[in-house]
Design a protein around this ligand. Sequence first.
Ligand code: SF4
Length: 723
Amino acid sequence: MTIAVPSLVSTPTHCPYCGLQCAMNIARDSSATDQALTATVTGRSFPTNGGGLCQKGWTSAELLRNPNRLTAPLVRRDGELTPASWDTALDIVADGFAAAQAKGGRDAVAIFGGGGLTNEKAYQLGKFARVALRTSNIDYNGRFCMSSAAAAGGKAFGLDRGLPFPVADLGAARAILILGGNVAETMPPFVGHLATAADAGGLIVADPRRTATVERALAGGGVHLQLSPGTDLPLALGLLHLAVLDGRIDHNFVGARTEGFDDAWLAAAQWWPERTERVTGVPVSALRRTVEILWRAQQSDAGAYILTARGAEQHATGTDTVSAVINLALALGLPGRRGSGYGAITGQGNGQGGREHGQKADQLPGYRKITDPAARVHVAQVWGIDPAELPGPGKSAYELLESIGTPGGPSALMVHGANLAVSAPRAGHVVDRLSALDLLVVNDFLLSETAAMADVVLPVLQWAEEEGTMTSLEGRVLRRKAAVPAPEGPRSELEVLAGLARRLGQPAGRFGTDPEAVFEELRLASAGGVADYSGISYARLDEGAALHWPCPATPAGEPEHPGTPRLFLDRFETPNGRARFVAVEHRGPSEGTDAEFPLVATTGRVLAHYQSGAQTRRIDELVRAAGGMFVQVHPDTAHRVGLVEGQQAAVVSRRGRTEATVRCDDSMRLDTVFLPFHFAGSGRANLLTNPALDPTSGMPEFKACAVRLETIRQSTSDTEAMA
Ligand code: SF4
């Protein structure tokens, strides 16, 4: 008997989803007709994931064989999306852009990017907007993710890199405080790095909910700071107050490596423990214990870390909140020393690289400011244009969407790697704005809710079908490899942009389609910038070099730069090398509760889904694991409005109404409900959320809005009465 042995080919790459960028191998049968059908994923040993993957990673190859994969461009004709040739679709888009700009000026065309795009695509998208379209209107969904942490990091340290140290450094710490992060569900392999702290009773989690991460902390004797949504800022002020009160300030560090402590203390001085308890809901004993745990670890050889994530950052006061947390970290003497630190946990797969190479409204490649004359000269030279041709800064993501259809606002929009109809705040209003466009173009590989609204849909390749680089949450640049052959039909976004640029009159060759060639250009554009990639190459990455930026090129004949896994050990990136305390005040959530809307809704993720769910809602195993849309609520709160476990409820805010199944949980605060934001249609959490923006970062207030709960019957009869 002959046993057919499939010819297996295994390719090392990284997960398509979150910022942890777990390493994996994709094996396929190279003798099979459709090799995507045979693709299987296994975890690969790597410092961030230790060979582990979460359920999302394990099942990620399922999408490669999804029957609903888009394989041809779609063009709306007589109201229906119908297949078209690439030439036809690109002609329609280019003509539409030209017509919009002829009528409304350069900014009449807008570009919306994504934090999941490779560095090469993010770079090319920024260049396309500034050079081919010369529009200032470009921003991306990372604005909804990391912008507050980035702004606060820049203020304090002079540089924003989510984690200024390798993730694996956390593994030695005896104390870790996480504010607003549920890593046990969002990136489970990350939890392995918390084990030492958790087992020592040193894991402290600030979260309105008793999440899986909180459970891990409590299992080891750690602390749950169950604060009211939107009170992370006064919590941090109160912790700083206690640190001063209890003599837990590292005066040597503060004196030698920082500035501005006195003003920060003046702000924190008003947050005596009892006041902090009253506003946040966190008992004084837990506050005091938190400071003590962090201080003892800092004083030991083991060290301590403070981390923030979206729960603390996605507020209209997000930047100030992170500043308050960094103030606490600086006062305890954590940042800029080996074995301790402060960091922000990146959410999206390339949330880090995506904000460094020019798809953000105010940035040019290399994390340069678009308003900096020297940066404009440098980048314009790489792009072969006059610096005067470069537009200025554009609007932040929500402001851009809000301006659609208004005088002077965009009438054409092209979206890459974002599902705004589900993920944007006040999503019902954003859908209305998208409907007001003359031309909506969406690049995607599945018909997302936003793509379904488009005038033109351009089918693009998936992560495992093309080459590129990603930058993980620790600032390490990673190679993403083509692991399966690309199917007939879809094209890389690099090809899409090149095709459009040619039609818009750009010289042939200005927009390359080879990822490595684009990366080579990115290296030049980033050289000398904050995020300097000029010493990084595909060849070095393929050899396995662990290269964290900044990694500048070195003169010929000299050793190559080893990269910078740990920032700030000698100096911070401020002009005088000192980290800056930033004095901040508590303002509270933009929207208060009242008799009509007595509860606070907060949103977040569940284990089996990623972001808007556009991808993970297509994977049966994940759909079965996650179930449908739900609202998590204390049973007493549910009972008060006549709701019980399993019943359908309406959650209503001043902006909209969503429907969800009641999940009662007696660990919930009585004043808080939780909604996952992965679901579409009438189950969209973002129909409720408040687009009030952080004045510095442009971050919307996703994490706190006033709502009420209703039974569906009551809600329907209200609607009928109103009609
Ligand atoms: Fe790792 Fe995140 Fe992918 Fe899960 S989703 S496997 S945690 S990179």
